[in-house]
Ligand binder design. Structure first.
Ligand SMILES: [Zn+2]
Length: 189
């Protein structure tokens, strides 16, 4: 593991420039924040322990009278869940009284598991899925290296990958060598 991997972040005016915009930001104006909060209640259909805010899929929310606009960034391109999320957001907004509802997607910057909130990672682990590990420059190479995925049940690091794909393509199937339980690992993306 190359520890000297050069940092990819550039220091601008003494501030570390973040790799693509971090988690979506809840709007400061009250009307738009209400739209955000409504959208933030929508759950990931594949992992119902997580909201789309926990996932980092919720990017923007805007309100203008009875008009509401929400912007989402899909997770893995292979994940069909985004259409379900879009429909659920739209329904929630209509039920809340918005007449003109738009839910759009933005693909750039691309979603990454780095956008998952800390609360989201904890919920994922409680749900029995090992959360994606924090990305570091050391594992940013062409071949992602997974270091000691922690068993969500007994927290042992003695785990091994059993299959590249678990219950969905977003996850790999692991087995704990200590408690022997199989579990899903939400892969770094
Ligand atoms: Zn275990």
């Amino acid at each position: 593991m190359a520890r000297e991997a050069s940092p990819r972040r550039e220091v601008v005016s003494g501030v570390t420039a973040p790799t693509p915009a971090a988690t979506g930001v809840r709007p400061s104006d009250e009307a738009s924040a209400r739209v955000w909060d409504l959208a933030a209640t929508i759950l990931d259909p594949e992992v119902p322990a997580l909201t789309i805010e926990d996932l980092g899929v919720l990017r923007e929310a805007h309100a203008d009278g009875k008009r509401a606009h929400v912007v989402l960034t899909p997770t893995y391109s292979g994940c069909p869940a985004i259409d379900q999320m879009r429909d659920d957001v739209a329904s929630a907004l209509r039920e809340a009284g918005y007449d003109d509802v738009e839910v759009s997607y933005t693909l750039a910057p691309a979603w990454t598991t780095d956008w998952m909130t800390e609360a989201g990672k904890r919920k994922l682990e409680d749900y029995g899925i090992a959360p994606p590990q924090a990305r570091s420059d050391a594992i940013r190479g062409p071949i992602p290296v997974t270091l000691g995925v922690k068993c969500p049940r007994c927290h042992s690091l003695h785990t091994r990958e059993v299959a590249k794909f678990g219950s969905t393509s977003c996850k790999a199937l692991y087995q704990c060598q200590k408690c022997l339980e199989p579990f899903d690992y939400f892969k770094i993306h």
